[in-house]
Design a protein around this ligand. Structure first.
Ligand code: 13P
Length: 240
C-alpha cells in the first residue's frame, strides 16, 4: 500500500519538524515493511526534507516538473533531473489543480516521459469533474486522460495512477464504495499491471470506509497529510 502526502502549497523549514513524529511511528509500526510512504512537499523543501528522512522509511517526491529533462532557458521551471539531484524519487504529474491552470494531456505525456527518463517514478493523476460525472462520461474522460497521458510509454513499471475525482478534492466528499471499486477496476483493466491509488478528501474518519475497497493500492492525501497525527491515523486505521 502507498500512502502519499501531497502538501501542495504548504510548509516552510520549521514544518519539517512534524516529520519526526511520523518517522518515530514508522519505526515501531508492525506493518511498516508492507507500506510505501512518500512525502511530496513544495519544491523549496525537497532538498531539506530529503536530508531529514535519511535512514527512515519516508521517500520524497515533487509535485510537478518541466517537460524537458535537460537544462534550458525556462525561467522559473525545474526539470526532473534537477529534482532527482536534490533527493526526489517521485513526481506527481497531471494533478487536476495543474490541469486546471492549462496543462494539457499532451504536455502531461511529455512530462511523464521526461520524468521517467530522468529516473523518477511517476504518480500520474487522473479524474473527472463534477459536470463530467453528472453527464455520466467519467469512463470516457479517464480513458482519454490515460490514452494521451501514457501515449508511447511502453515501460510503465515506474508509474502509478492516482484516481482523484476533481469534485472530491478538498470538499469532504468521496465516491460511493461501489462506484469507486468499479472505476478502479476499469482503470486496472485498461492499464494492466498498474497500481491504482485513490485521492480526494481522504481523512482519518472516512478511511474506515475506503480501506474496505479491495482493489485500491493506496492513497494520495492532501489536506490531512499536513497534520502528522492525521496522517499516522490514516495509516494505522487502514490496518485495524
Ligand atoms: P485533499 O485530500 O485535500 O482533498 O486533496 C487531495 C489531493 O488533491 C491530493 O493530491
Amino acid at each position: 500500500m502507498y500512502f502519499i502526502a501531497n502538501w501542495k502549497m504548504f510548509g516552510g523549514l520549521s514544518t519539517l519538524n512534524s516529520l519526526k513524529k511520523v518517522i518515530k511511528f514508522l519505526k515501531i509500526f508492525k506493518k511498516s515493511k508492507k507500506i510505501k510512504i512518500i512525502y511530496c512537499p513544495p519544491s523549496t523543501l525537497i532538498c531539506p526534507m530529503s536530508k531529514k528522512v535519511i535512514n527512515s522509511k519516508i521517500q520524497v517526491g515533487a509535485q510537478n516538473c518541466h517537460e524537458s529533462f535537460t537544462y534550458g532557458a525556462s525561467t522559473g521551471s525545474i526539470n526532473p533531473t534537477m529534482l532527482k539531484n536534490v533527493g526526489a524519487k517521485y513526481v506527481i504529474l497531471g494533478h487536476s489543480e495543474n490541469r486546471d491552470s492549462g496543462e494539457t494531456d499532451k504536455l502531461i505525456n511529455a512530462k511523464i516521459r521526461a520524468a521517467t527518463q530522468a529516473g523518477l517514478k511517476v504518480i500520474f493523476c487522473i479524474g473527472e469533474t463534477l459536470g463530467q460525472k453528472r453527464k455520466k462520461i467519467t469512463k470516457k474522460i479517464l480513458s482519454k486522460q490515460i490514452n494521451f497521458g501514457l501515449q508511447k510509454i511502453k515501460k510503465r513499471k515506474n508509474i502509478v495512477i492516482a484516481y482523484e475525482p476533481v469534485w472530491s478534492i478538498g470538499t469532504g466528499l468521496i465516491p460511493k464504495a461501489d462506484d469507486l471499486f468499479n472505476t478502479i477496476n476499469f482503470i486496472k483493466k485498461k492499464v494492466i499491471n498498474i497500481k491504482v491509488l485513490y485521492g480526494g478528501s481522504v481523512n482519518p474518519k472516512n478511511i474506515n470506509e475506503l480501506k474496505l475497497i479491495k482493489n485500491i493500492d493506496g492513497f494520495l492525501i492532501g489536506g490531512a497529510s499536513q497534520d502528522p497525527k492525521k496522517f499516522i491515523d490514516i495509516i494505522k486505521k487502514t490496518y485495524n
